[in-house]
Ligand binder design. Structure first.
Ligand SMILES: Cc1cc2nc3c(=O)[nH]c(=O)nc-3n(C[C@H](O)[C@H](O)[C@H](O)COP(=O)(O)OP(=O)(O)OC[C@H]3O[C@@H](n4cnc5c(N)ncnc54)[C@H](O)[C@@H]3O)c2cc1C
Ligand code: FES
Length: 320
């Protein structure tokens, strides 16, 4: 179902350790939501200079008040600080749900859900969905310090196991999630990994999982200006199933990508061999894009990047 733009009433604003969580009444967004999707919020009010909407993973939806959505955020810059000052009964202009959701295995599988900081927020709705499909869910959550680990209690309550790491050792094991990942994969007999967090974490998780031939579905956080596929600020290079690298849009082709499709080390660049990059030539006949720059030929961010998502063994967003 297509996303919608709504003005929703704020139900609650609560502090969760280092983060804030806002619940908004938005039935049309709630009913369309599938785990892994995000929303964008207009910030600053009608006369503010903060033109760009801010993107947040949807933490969860509930049926009360006809349908509510909740998102969790760190108050960092002007927009998120403004959001942190919202109160019950204020209204928020939100658009969602946006992006492609996490794919769900067709058969029960052992799923390891890895979250870094507030990146764990979208994993709990996913865990519910996986559980309903008969999957076993293990959590591996990490952050800089105890107050930045989001959802440790819920993970311990709902996961078969929950391993926590913090950089300073204030909760769980001292270190990063990737320090313990191999051990967790062995102990949990992991079949598939879902991950959301900082890009370096996603890159390392993908590299470790590759050693065990485990697929990774990574939800990336690339800066987004529009969130709806028109501005191309969120592009990153991803290899399609045909081996060709394309610049894909995180907002509409993602934010969930198969980890081994993303060229992590080339993020922020247009690799010379990406389709449409300056000087790019097709290997064999066919229509070439010769000297066009990425995007000028319409190829950049194709909505169907030859399965750059690589969701074959799973049902893409069949959460229903
Ligand atoms: C899919 C997705 C999910 C996210 N989920 C969460 C979440 O659950 N919780 C959370 O705390 N944060 C989340 N973020 C990050 C969150 O969107 C940013 O932290 C937030 O936009 C920062 O806003 P600010 O007002 O604090 O910062 P400011 O610095 O005041 O504003 C940043 C704004 O500028 C835009 N911007 C910055 N650089 C560029 C650029 N190079 N090109 C285009 N636009 C740019 C940003 O997208 C953002 O809209 C998510 C981001 C994405 C893309
Ligand atoms: S944010 Fe504009 S195309 Fe993705």
């Amino acid at each position: 179902m297509a996303p919608v733009q709504v003005r929703g009433t704020v139900l609650t604003v609560r502090r969760v350790d280092a983060y804030h969580a806002i619940t908004v009444v938005a039935p049309a967004v709630a009913e369309r939501f599938r785990p892994g999707q995000f929303l964008t919020v207009a910030v600053g009010g009608p006369h503010a200079a903060t033109l760009l909407r801010r993107a947040f993973s949807i933490y969860g939806v509930r049926p009360d008040h006809g349908g509510t959505v909740e998102f969790v955020f760190a108050a960092l810059g002007a927009g998120t600080q403004w959001l942190a000052r919202r109160r019950a009964r204020d209204t928020l202009d939100i658009t969602g749900p946006l992006g492609r959701p996490f794919p769900i295995p067709r058969e029960p599988a052992n799923c390891l859900l890895i979250g870094g900081g507030y990146g764990s927020a979208p994993l709990f709705a996913l865990a519910d969905r996986l559980g309903a499909r008969g999957c076993r869910v293990d959590f591996l959550l990490g952050a800089a310090s105890v107050d930045r680990v989001f959802g440790a209690l819920t993970a311990r309550r709902t996961g078969r196991t929950a391993v926590i790491t913090t950089d300073d050792g204030s909760l769980g094991t001292r270190g990063m999630v990737t320090d313990v990942l191999s051990q967790v994969i062995h102990e949990a007999r992991t079949d598939v990994i879902y991950a959301c967090g900082p890009m370096p974490m996603l890159r390392e998780v993908t590299a470790t999982a590759a050693k065990y031939d485990i697929p990774v579905f990574a939800s990336v956080e690339e800066a987004m200006a529009c969130g709806i596929g028109v501005c191309m600020t969120c592009v990153l290079p991803a290899r399609g199933s045909d081996g060709v690298t394309r610049m894909v849009r995180s907002c509409v082709d993602g934010p969930v990508f198969r980890g081994d499709a993303v060229r992590w080390d080339d993020i922020g660049t247009i690799p010379f061999d990406a389709l449409g990059a300056p000087g790019w030539r097709p290997k064999t006949g066919g229509a070439g894009f010769g000297s066009g720059s990425a995007g000028s030929d319409g190829s950049a961010g194709s909505a169907e990047p030859h399965n750059a998502m690589g969701h074959e063994p799973l049902e893409a967003g069949s959460a229903g």
